[in-house]
Design a protein around this ligand. Structure first.
Ligand code: SF4
Length: 299
């Protein structure tokens, strides 16, 4: 019922794996029914992020702004880094609160989301991570020896007919031949496999580039450098194709009248705890009961 799903992003795949039903609500109904009150409400609900995520997003934006100014010869002081981070974080909290204030108009329980104030400890954590990265010797070395340009987070690549959203944060260049992609992994250090998987993803569509990843763990930034061989690129493309087939299969389970009877719920109730659209889902009163009811309807 929806246009064939030809888009891949990490967010999509993570959501589909966490809960097929939330995936369908977000990338099926919310995406294609924005002119309908329920579609718009879904869209608004998915835009409401936790303060922790907003902190991470503010770190990324602060670093991007810093790098841009640095390239223009303007170096911020530590205090300015902290101020810029706090300002961005506060704006994001304000935007979040503005969406929440709009929601009651949709006559849905407003108690799901609460307006909040920027939490001091998150401001401290975020500004500390920004300062630590921007004072990291290897990051300073990159800034001083390469020309670095931010890559738009909404930039997509076309891989095997799929629109792939998974961009690195910066393109760093020194002369004609030395080109690197830099990624700031905000959600903590990952396993070696995860780092290699990330590198393979970022390397798609580019040639002979080093992928540099900064990941936060135990109060400091770790750096990983990878070059990705053709065999690894081939294998990641295969995985992406399989993901895409699965996304299409799940979207096709939606009935002609946006009937979700056949769309599975999350495997575990943990997924429901922070679900943005729990108030619209039969699992709000208990996941196991909702699953049993679904099974009886399908029999
Ligand atoms: S409440 Fe649970 S089952 Fe329902 S959409 Fe959210 S995560 Fe999925």
């Amino acid at each position: 019922m929806y246009p064939i799903q030809r888009t891949w992003s990490r967010t999509r795949i993570n959501l589909m794996q966490r809960c097929p039903r939330a995936f369908v609500l977000r990338y099926g109904i919310a995406a294609y029914a924005t002119n309908h009150p329920t579609g718009q409400m879904l869209k608004d609900s998915f835009e409401i992020q936790t303060p922790w995520i907003l902190m991470q997003m503010s770190i990324r934006e602060t670093i991007r702004d810093y790098v841009e100014d640095y390239q223009l010869g303007m170096k911020w002081s530590k205090n300015l880094i902290r101020l810029k981070f706090s300002q961005l974080f506060r704006y994001k909290i304000q935007d979040r609160n503005a969406i929440i204030k709009k929601l009651p108009k949709w006559k849905e329980p407003g108690s799901m989301f609460r307006t909040i104030k920027p939490e001091k400890h998150l401001e401290q954590i975020g500004s500390k991570r920004c300062v630590n990265l921007l004072e990291n010797d290897s990051f300073i070395h990159l800034l001083n020896t390469m020309s670095i340009k931010p890559i738009s987070p909404t930039k997509s690549k076309n891989i095997d007919g799929l629109k792939l959203y998974n961009s690195a944060d910066f393109l760093a260049q020194k002369g004609q031949n030395s080109i690197s992609l830099i990624r700031i992994n905000l959600f903590g250090i990952q396993s070696v496999d995860q780092i290699n998987y990330n590198a393979a993803l970022f390397s798609l569509g580019v040639k002979n580039q080093t992928i540099i990843q900064y990941s936060w763990k135990n109060g400091r930034w770790f750096i990983h450098r990878n070059t990705v061989c053709e065999k690894e690129k081939h294998s990641i493309r295969r995985l992406i194709r399989l993901d895409s087939i699965e996304m299409e299969r799940i979207l096709k389970l939606v009935g002609p009248k946006n009937n979700l009877e056949q769309v599975p719920f999350a495997d575990s109730s943990r997924a429901c705890t922070h679900c943005s659209v729990r108030f619209l889902c039969p699992a709000k009163d208990g996941l196991e009961e909702a699953k049993m009811e679904q099974m009886s309807l399908m029999c």
